[in-house]
Ligand binder design. Sequence first.
Ligand SMILES: Nc1ncnc2c1ncn2[C@@H]1O[C@H](COP(=O)(O)OP(=O)(O)OP(=O)(O)O)[C@@H](O)[C@H]1O
Ligand SMILES: [Mg+2]
Length: 137
Amino acid sequence: MLDTAKNPTRPIALDLQDIHKSYGSLEVLKGVSLTAYDGDVISILGSSGSGKSTLLRCINLLENPNHGRILIGNEELMLKPAKSGELQAADVKQLESLRARVGFVFQNFNLWPHKTILQNIIEGPTQVLKIKKRPSN
Ligand SMILES: Nc1ncnc2c1ncn2[C@@H]1O[C@H](COP(=O)(O)OP(=O)(O)OP(=O)(O)O)[C@@H](O)[C@H]1O
Ligand SMILES: [Mg+2]
């Protein structure tokens, strides 16, 4: 599914190690590992239902993996086992901080229909990153 050449000359942007994810008896991710370096552009290919979105959603715990390690930059997302058998964030503040550094475009966009395109685009930067709107003149 993935083939990223190891390149030690650039900093690691994202490192996923042995990610497993099941929905009940359906084992979707069977130990996926991926290292992405700063500047990499990576495509994930696979048939519909093969787990592409699930893998992406595991990066910032929109889905809780059952096993594995997640590093964003040099920072490892601290995980702890939940009763459900999944891993969950051990430190919610750290999760919020890492989520603020990971962009994610949803497959079905999830736009707010009552807002303009510009209002949709600036919602994340203004609400999450607290970037001030430039005053209009
Ligand atoms: N919340 C969920 N509960 C149960 N099963 C799920 C859930 N989310 C995804 N699945 C199942 O996990 C599998 C992988 O789904 P996923 O959406 O990751 O596939 P995908 O590779 O992104 O597919 P597509 O190319 O259609 O976007 C599918 O069999 C899907 O039905
Ligand atoms: Mg998908």
